[in-house]
Design a protein around this ligand. Structure first.
Ligand SMILES: *[C@@H]1O[C@H](CO)[C@@H](O)[C@H](O)[C@H]1NC(C)=O
Ligand SMILES: *[C@@H]1O[C@H](CO)[C@@H](O)[C@H](O)[C@H]1NC(C)=O
Ligand SMILES: *[C@@H]1O[C@H](CO)[C@@H](O)[C@H](O)[C@H]1NC(C)=O
Ligand SMILES: *[C@@H]1O[C@H](CO)[C@@H](O)[C@H](O)[C@H]1NC(C)=O
Length: 248
């Protein structure tokens, strides 16, 4: 009798120990998965593995430390959202695009990819446009438009570039990081500000091959034309002022 009770106790204890061990193993990964301290945008991007250019640009413009310290100081209780262009996105830019920017414009380019608001994929759907970014110029903050697409993704537009957002690298308040496969060139830096060149230049010509060869040269020629017409407008205004000056 006593031996049988002892056996039952031993089996019960063994089962309890096995359950406890299983529970401990199940719980073990979770402390490692929830990092202590504020989120680190650089660490998230490094883990993503295809953002070396954006990481370098953030470092060079000190926007990595800026954002990390803002995240740590809960500088902005609304959190932040980062659109991180892939290395491929930067490779697809026209050669020299980044080098053509001043240091200040590079800061604005990076800040134009950061929103002072935490968005989940769901809250993007109800974002009220235009959404302000961290970048700003003389005309106020640079903005983006976020619109829902049919398959519950969203499109983000800078006015120059539109990209579809599907993939969150991380979205734990206060920081969301989304991968984008195009650089969101800000309208303020890359938008067309002068009047478009006369349409007569883009009229189709006969002879396919020679036309294709002439294409780039023709579009390069569009810039001076735009500048010239801007100057012409300038003279017109000056002339009007002179006329008004005579009348007064
Ligand atoms: C963020 O992560 C990067 C890369 O892992 C690291 O070099 C940096 O020291 C971290 N910054 C902070 C504030 O923890
Ligand atoms: C966050 O801020 C606290 C208080 O200022 C500081 O002690 C800590 O080192 C900071 N942590 C990081 C990762 O920067
Ligand atoms: C956002 O949409 C508004 C209204 O359609 C438009 O006027 C504005 O230019 C757009 N801005 C950007 C950055 O695309
Ligand atoms: C979203 O952006 C993609 C890529 O630029 C474009 O092809 C598509 O037409 C856009 N969709 C909507 C609904 O605007």
């Amino acid at each position: 009798m006593a031996r049988r009770v002892g056996g039952v106790v031993a089996v019960t204890v063994a089962a309890f120990l096995a359950m406890a061990a299983a529970a401990a193993m199940a719980q073990a990964p979770s402390p490692a998965a929830t990092p202590s301290g504020p989120p680190n945008v650089t660490a998230i991007l490094e883990k993503g593995g295809q953002y070396t250019t954006f990481i370098r640009l953030m470092k060079e413009t000190q926007q990595d430390t800026q954002l990390n310290s803002q995240l740590n100081n809960s500088f902005n209780g609304n959190g932040y959202t980062v659109f991180a262009p892939t290395d491929n996105a930067f490779n697809n830019l026209k050669p020299g695009t980044l080098n053509s920017l001043t240091q200040q414009q590079q800061v604005a380019l990076v800040q134009g990819h950061v929103l002072p608001q935490f968005y989940t994929m769901d809250s993007f759907q109800t974002a009220s446009n235009p959404v302000r970014t961290q970048a700003s110029g003389t005309d106020g903050p640079y903005t983006l438009n976020i619109t829902a697409t049919t398959n519950s993704n969203v499109n983000v537009s800078s006015g120059v570039v539109e990209v579809t957002v599907t993939n969150a690298l991380s979205a734990v308040k206060p920081l969301a990081v989304y991968s984008v496969d195009k650089v969101l060139l800000p309208f303020e830096l890359f938008g067309v500000k002068t009047a478009p060149a006369p349409t007569s230049q883009t009229k189709p010509k006969k002879g396919g091959a020679s036309e294709a060869a002439a294409g780039p040269a023709g579009s390069e020629g569009a810039e001076p034309t735009g500048a010239a017409s801007a100057r012409a407008v300038g003279w017109g205004v000056a002339g009007l002022a002179a006329v008004l000056g005579c009348l007064l």
